[in-house]
Design a protein around this ligand. Structure first.
Ligand SMILES: Nc1nc2c(ncn2[C@@H]2O[C@H](COP(=O)(O)OP(=O)(O)OP(=O)(O)O)[C@@H](O)[C@H]2O)c(=O)[nH]1
Ligand SMILES: [Mg+2]
Length: 654
């Protein structure tokens, strides 16, 4: 690997390390899973920074199998405490050549791979006491090796493998393993399963088997047992050949002299792969560079796979939160309609009349000529004329009716309560039409295999779908707050807001004027001709007058003027229908024209008011939930793309 490539790789890996864990935390409220972050920080990044051609060789196995005895033999001195008691070695001990481990700087950087800062060894007994890794030196150890004595991984205490937790990180870090096992445990499922996970963990690590067995056992029996072990470790079927990861096999016999500490154990090479070489020779002959490349590549592959899993989960969680947030907005829009049952119909009618008058030059001229509409046959007409005058700026307007305000307050409270119930329910259920973007998003998330909780899509009727959107964990955590909210304070806030909602929204006449002009342009010749007839004053007053009479029959609900809200929707989907019953006594044509005139003002009112009510819900009932969701990164957050790119480049790294 060239220097510049290493630099590029290092940057990618660092950006992965820095960006992915917070992304996952923010999106899913979870810490990273898998060992990728530890492998990255402990193995790969230090290796890029500090490339020393030394192999880490871990001596591992069950309790009292003779690991420490073997380490002492290889080191040529008693560095590790040995005894008959299983579980004796309680901490990691590293032994290396003084030219490698000499100098605190080198030692510290080399041992940095183990996570905890190691301390210098002083005496063999230290290995019996739990603590940070120890390091010792021995001139007998090859310069290319760093031996590690490890705690056993099968001594139990209160149902826990106490030493396994100490051994595991070291074993995952080691580049070569020497697995020591005895005749009593060679067939032990638990030990080999643990080892298999470790050795398979980084794409198959080279392993030396050391089998402590009676001298009475034949070589064939010994090899047979070693076969059992290696199949357990690396898989593979029955057959004479050992997997390529097994790089050496030794048998070692029970010896009282060894047990008494008078002699070093004699490791007898067996099997073709060992080719009669002593263990020291075999280890010294290992191709350090090749093994390091292999381990490094395997580490990178593992990191990539694990990190990809985390990225996928973070993305799915972000998409889920965004879907929930938007579905909640949709639900709020649905419920906002409950708060909009009282349309200020007389105001709307007056405004429409005013705008039609203003935008119709012949009508204005006629009105100017005759002054206010005098002597019309309907009593209500005077009120309309007053309204028209108010809108034209010649008179002061009266405040909105009290009962209308009460109605709005009541409706608003009911709607807010409906929204609150939605927050407490799980999942959130909303209805959408077939072409609504929420539907496509819910479907694609339902198909995403990595989503923890998936939305469910159900067809309700033709073209209408119900979406069940799971509540993200982050929002679920806030349910208690939703429940604990001061409902009285919220009611008071809603009541105050209701005052503003009673009349037509401010500035609506500007938007409406455009619609009226557009409407007029779309009118056919015949209608325009009719409209110009309104100017004769004979035709206009009856239309306005009749309509006004209809409206004033019940100013709250505007009985007679039918308003229908469709609720299969979302704000963009709002459609409104204003219809005047045939019983109103208008000609079909006048009725249609009046409906068409009123429809734009109704729609504008509905859109603007619904948006206002939604905002009100956002500030009150939905506040805790929305606050929680606001901390979740958007699915378009550029950090997702940056992490994905870092992972892609890792894949391209040989
Ligand atoms: N007979 C015989 N005894 C051995 C041999 N190797 C080790 N022993 C003895 O077995 C006991 C355990 O040896 P240790 O080296 O402490 O074993 P260990 O695997 O380090 O044990 P833990 O640290 O407890 O996991 C000691 O009493 C050793 O003297 C051997 O080859 N033959
Ligand atoms: Mg030991």
């Amino acid at each position: 690997m060239t220097h510049t490539r290493q630099l590029g790789l290092r940057d990618q890996l660092r950006s992965l390390r820095d960006a992915l864990p917070p992304l996952l935390q923010e999106a899913a409220g979870e810490a990273t899973t898998g060992a990728w972050l530890a492998a990255l920080e402990r193995n790969v990044l230090p290796a890029l920074d500090f490339d020393l051609p030394v192999l880490l060789v871990a001596i591992c196995g069950g309790g009292s199998t003779g690991k420490s005895t073997l380490v002492n033999a290889l080191a040529g001195r008693r560095v590790s405490q040995v005894a008959f008691r299983a579980g004796l070695t309680e901490r990691v001990l590293l032994v290396g050549h003084p030219s490698i481990l000499d100098g605190p700087e080198v030692a510290a950087r080399l041992l940095h791979r183990l996570g905890a800062r190691p301390v210098p060894w002083t005496r063999a007994e230290d290995t019996m006491v739990a603590g940070p890794p120890l390091y010792a030196t021995s001139g007998e150890i090859s310069r290319g090796l760093l031996l590690i004595d490890t705690p056993d991984f099968d001594t139990g205490e209160g149902g826990r493998m106490v030493n396994r937790e100490r051994a595991e990180p070291v074993l995952r870090t080691a580049e070569v393993l020497v697995y020591v096992f005895t005749n009593t445990v060679y067939n032990n499922q638990a030990n080999t399963a643990f080892m298999a996970e470790i050795v398979g963990g980084i794409g198959g690590r080279p392993t030396v088997l050391v089998y402590r067995v009676s001298r009475v056992a034949s070589d064939d029996e010994v090899l047979d047992h070693c076969q059992v072990v290696s199949r357990r470790l690396y898989g593979g079927g029955r057959g004479a050949a050992f997997p390529p990861e097994v790089i050496g096999i030794y048998r070692v016999h029970e010896s009282d002299r060894v047990a008494r500490g008078e002699a070093a154990p004699a490791l007898l090479p067996i099997g073709e792969v060992t080719a009669g070489r002593p263990l020291t020779t075999l280890l010294a002959e290992l191709d350090v560079a090749r093994i390091k490349r292999h381990v490094f590549g395997a580490d990178l592959r593992d990191i990539r796979a694990d990190a990809q899993g985390d990225l996928d989960r973070a993305r799915a969680a972000a998409r889920q939160a965004a879907l929930y947030r938007d579905a909640l907005r949709h639900a709020m829009a649905e419920d906002s309609l409950k708060a909009l049952q009282a349309f200020p119909a007389s105001e709307a009618l007056a405004l429409t009349a005013k705008l039609f008058v203003e935008t119709s030059p012949p009508l204005v001229r006629a009105l100017r000529q005759t002054g206010v509409i005098v002597g019309a046959p309907f009593r209500g007409l005077r009120a309309v004329a007053q309204r028209v005058a108010i809108w034209m700026g010649t008179r002061e307007g009266a405040p909105p009716a009290e009962d209308l305000e009460k109605q709005v307050q009541h409706d608003l409270l009911m709607a807010a309560n409906a929204v609150r119930n939605r927050l407490l329910e799980e999942p959130l259920v909303v209805q959408v039409r077939g072409d609504h973007p929420l539907l496509a998003r819910a479907r694609s998330l339902a198909e995403a295999s990595n989503a923890e909780q998936r939305p469910v899509v159900e067809a309700v009727s033709r073209g209408v779908f119900a979406l069940q959107v799971p509540t993200p964990a982050l929002a679920r955590q806030r349910v208690a707050e939703v429940l604990a909210e001061d409902w009285q304070a919220i009611s008071a806030q809603l009541d105050r807001a209701a005052t503003d909602l009673v009349s037509l929204p401010a500035g609506i006449d500007r938007d409406l004027r455009e619609k009226v002009i557009q409407f007029r342009q779309e009118m056919g010749w015949g209608q325009r001709l009719r409209e110009s007839l309104f100017a004769s004053l004979a035709a206009l007053p009856p239309i306005l007058g009749v309509t006004y009479a209809l409206l004033t029959a019940d100013p709250v609900t505007a009985a007679g003027l039918e308003i229908r809200l469709s609720s299969v929707l979302g704000l963009n989907d709002l459609w409104a229908l204003v219809s005047i019953p045939a019983s109103a006594g208008l000609t079909e044509q006048d009725r249609r024209q009046l409906e068409a005139m009123l429809k734009p003002v109704f729609q504008l009112w509905l859109e603007q008011r619904a948006a206002q009510v939604v905002q009100l819900f956002e500030r009150t009932v939905c506040r805790p939930t929305l606050q929680a969701l606001a901390t979740v990164p958007d699915p378009d957050d550029p950090r997702f793309g940056a992490v994905a790119q870092a992972l892609n480049e890792l894949e391209a790294t040989p």
